[in-house]
Design a binder for this molecule. Structure first.
Ligand SMILES: Nc1nc2c(ncn2[C@@H]2O[C@H](COP(=O)(O)OP(=O)(O)OP(=O)(O)O)[C@@H](O)[C@H]2O)c(=O)[nH]1
Ligand SMILES: [Mg+2]
Length: 238
């Protein structure tokens, strides 16, 4: 049964996701008690204007944060999560805009947050649940997870998943002002900080679908950062 008392805000960073965003928004807003915060990095394809139109159409349920200056997934999350905490939402979600993360999982993740401080939408809880990934991509992701777990000691089956639900109290304890990752490694850094603060980390199985439209933004630079950040975390002072 859907919980009528859910107060959740889903933070979605976007860069060139014009065609995906309206579909995602519809899926999120289908759940009572869920709001959406789009964090757009001045996308050249006009995603920001699409987000503004959604905000007008769904006043009070869709919000937009327009960023300027250096772009980045980590930077966008810092700004978006801070704004989310300011709104007073009880549950704060992170998810990708490219339809890889199905909004149908939102209620199950919210329900699990009754027992955990952070709930991860996990691809590796029951084998490997990814659709449309070539074999080399599966190996790369499996390697990345093992690498991060080994170096940092985080004991979660999917520590690189960007689909998460935070209790606001847990999120508020993270040092958002002193994170070192600008790109993709940011999700790992968040989990590391949560883990060493004693947050209870839960996982809910999801099936991950590879993006069908729009372009990946994974660059060599962001990949390199993902290799280095786990070591920085390991040797970071308490
Ligand atoms: N605001 C903002 N969002 C970004 C940036 N880079 C990526 N994103 C968003 O972050 C999410 C994940 O990016 P993707 O390009 O899908 O990365 P990925 O899922 O690892 O790669 P794919 O397999 O190609 O989908 C998407 O919603 C992107 O639009 C950025 O620099 N700024
Ligand atoms: Mg993606």
């Amino acid at each position: 049964m859907p919980d009528a008392h859910i107060d959740a805000l889903v933070v979605v960073p976007t860069y060139n996701e014009r065609d995906n965003l309206p579909i995602l928004a519809q899926g999120i807003l289908a759940h009572p008690g869920f709001r959406l915060l789009v964090v757009d990095d001045a996308s050249p394809d006009g995603t920001g204007a699409v987000a503004d139109a959604l905000a007008r159409q769904h006043a009070g349920r869709v919000h937009v944060l327009h960023r300027s200056g250096p772009r980045g997934l980590g930077r966008s999350y810092v700004d978006g999560l801070r704004r989310a905490l300011d709104t007073g939402a009880e549950l704060i979600f992170q998810m990708d805009a490219d339809l890889s993360h199905n909004p149908e999982y939102l209620p199950a993740m919210a329900a699990a947050a009754a027992e955990y401080d952070v709930v991860i939408g996990s691809r590796y809880l029951t084998g490997v649940s990814v659709v449309n990934w070539p074999l080399h991509r599966i190996f790369l992701s499996a390697f990345a997870n093992r690498y991060v777990r080994t170096v940092t000691g985080i004991s979660v089956s999917d520590c690189t998943s960007g689909f998460r639900c935070w209790r606001r109290t847990a999120l508020a304890r993270l040092p958002l002002g002193s994170m070192v990752s600008n790109g993709y490694a940011f999700v790992v850094e968040m989990l590391f900080e949560a883990s060493r603060r004693g947050c209870r980390i839960g996982e809910v199985p999801i099936i991950f679908i590879e993006r069908r439209q729009g372009q990946s933004k994974v660059s060599a630079r962001v990949l390199l950062e993902s290799l280095i950040v786990p070591w920085r975390l390991k040797f970071r002072r308490r």
